[in-house]
Write a protein that binds this ligand. Sequence first.
Ligand SMILES: [Zn+2]
Length: 129
Amino acid sequence: MHGGPTTEGREEGTRIMRPGALSVFRTTNRCLSEEEVKGVTAMNSSLIGKIEKARRYAAEPERAEIRSLHVRFRGDHDVYDVRFEGGTWTCTCHSFEALGVGTCSHIMALERLLGPLTPHPAGQIEQTV
Ligand SMILES: [Zn+2]
């Protein structure tokens, strides 16, 4: 067994690759059929198209809207569960309850982390008629 590059033309008549056949696919001891090669090529060009589309989408964050979210947040003293559900932020920390303003340092930190993807509480969405 040695996996070095094959020397072309040395094995006379034993393995003649047809023009256009892809020797790179010979990893399974056989050549892919033409149909299989076409399938792989089509899949690759399709995937490349999806990657290009994803790049364009990612530059337009307004396309994505977080509807629900659960983040486990490690604070200085304890671990908290921050959630966004039904248009409302909640956090299991004491400050969230004590402050009574619907936010806390964990939620505010997440807003910074999420940037343009930060979901806004339902009450804050401006309805334009
Ligand atoms: Zn909190």
